[in-house]
Each structure stands twice: as C-alpha cells, then as structure tokens.
Unconditional design. Sequence first.
Length: 86
Amino acid sequence: MPTKANSAFMKPLNISPDLAAVVGKGPMPRSEVVKALWVYIKKNNLQDPQKKRNIIADANLKKVFGGKAVVDMFEMTKLVSKHLSA
C-alpha cells in the first residue's frame, strides 16, 4: 500500500504559465514535472559542465527561478514548487 507522502507526490498539480512554458501544460504529478524539467535542461545544455549540480537558466527558466541566472538542483526543486498548486 503506498504511503501518504508517496500518493501526494503522484497527485496531479496545476502548473503556472511560466513553468508550463518549460515542462508543458498540466496538471501533472510533481515527479513528472521534475522529469520534464531535466529533459528540458539536458536538451538545452543548461547544466554547468564544471559544477553539475548547477543549472544555468535560460529566459524561460529565469521566470521559474525567480529571475536567478544560476541555481543548484536542490534550490531548483524549491523554486519549482512555487509554480505548482493543488
């Protein structure tokens, strides 16, 4: 039986227009949002080659990252959750 935290993780969430420009239209579960984000980052070569934990924001990601040019992957998930709502 899945735990409560797990089902919350799989629950489809609404996606802000800024985030939808990167990952596509929602609703989608947080896990899918993160997966789509990494596809976008890799496709557009936005990972810092020296510091793999850092994501270099393009114009679309800057909107999601609150205007920041570079964020690390842990901060990224926190910033992305501001663009998700039940």
